[in-house]
Design a binder for this molecule. Structure first.
Ligand SMILES: [Ca+2]
Ligand SMILES: [Ca+2]
Length: 211
C-alpha cells in the first residue's frame, strides 16, 4: 500500500506540507510522525502507528490477531497478539495498546524506509498484562530479525488503572533502504504477556532542519 520513498527527511517535509500548507510549517514534534494523524493515507512507507490506534477495537474489549494478520501497519509475524481497546486498561499513549501474548507468545513487525548508515532511536512504553502468570513478562526488540534488546517487566502491584508503563529505548544503524522492527514476546505458555505502546522511530541525532 506504500510506495518506496528514498528519504525519511523527504517524508517528514511532505508531512509538514500536507499538514500546514506550503508556506508556513508548524513546529514538528519530530522528523517522523508516529501517532496516526493523516499519515496513514500518505503514500510512502515511513514508520507509522507506533501507538496501535488502528484498527479501532470496541471500547473495554480486546481483539486477538494471529500470525499472517495485520494490525494497522504492523504484521503479526508469529503466534498471537491482543489489540487492547480503550478503557480495557490504561494506554501509554492514545487509547489502545498491545499485549504481545494473545493466547500464546506473539511477535509483530513493521518495515519502513531507512537511510543506510543512519542511526535511529527506537523508543517504546513497556508494561505487562497483570491478569495472569508469569509475574515477570519478557520479550525482545529485533531489527531485521536480530535481537537488539531484551526486555522484562514485573507486573507485581499493577492494575488496569496503574499499568506502570516504563519508557525504553534502543538504537540501531540502518544497513538498508528499509528496516524491519519487531517486538516479540518470549513469555512462554501464557495468554498474559508484555504490553507495548507509543513506539517511535527517529533518526539520531535529529535532522537539524526538521524541528
Ligand atoms: Ca496507544
Ligand atoms: Ca492476551
Amino acid at each position: 500500500m506504500f510506495a518506496p520513498r528514498v528519504s525519511l527527511v523527504a517524508a517528514a517535509v511532505s508531512v509538514l506540507l500536507a499538514g500546514a500548507g506550503a508556506a508556513v510549517a508548524a513546529p514538528a514534534k519530530g522528523p517522523i510522525a508516529t501517532h496516526g494523524l493523516a499519515a496513514s493515507s500518505l503514500a510512502f512507507s515511513r514508520f507509522d502507528d507506533g501507538s496501535f490506534e488502528t484498527p479501532t477495537v470496541p471500547p473495554a474489549t480486546f481483539q486477538t490477531f494471529t500470525a499472517g494478520q495485520t494490525i494497522g501497519p504492523w504484521q503479526v509475524t508469529s503466534g498471537t497478539a491482543d489489540l487492547i481497546g480503550a478503557g480495557y486498561w490504561q494506554a501509554a499513549e492514545g487509547d489502545q495498546s498491545l499485549d504481545l501474548n494473545g493466547n500464546n507468545p506473539g511477535s509483530v513487525s513493521q518495515t519502513f524506509t531507512t537511510v543506510p548508515g543512519t542511526q535511529y532511536t527506537v523508543t517504546y512504553a513497556l508494561a505487562g498484562n497483570f491478569g495472569g502468570p508469569p509475574t515477570v513478562k519478557t520479550g525482545q526488540v529485533r531489527i531485521d530479525g536480530q535481537d537488539v534488546q531484551n526486555f522484562s517487566f514485573d507486573v507485581t502491584g499493577k492494575t488496569r488503572t496503574n499499568m506502570g508503563y516504563i519508557n525504553r529505548q534502543v538504537t540501531f544503524v540502518a544497513t538498508g533502504t528499509s528496516t524491519t522492527l519487531s517486538f516479540a514476546s518470549t513469555t512462554p505458555n501464557s495468554a498474559w504477556g508484555p504490553v507495548i505502546d507509543d513506539v517511535t522511530v527517529k533518526p539520531c541525532p535529529p535532522c537539524p532542519t526538521c524541528g
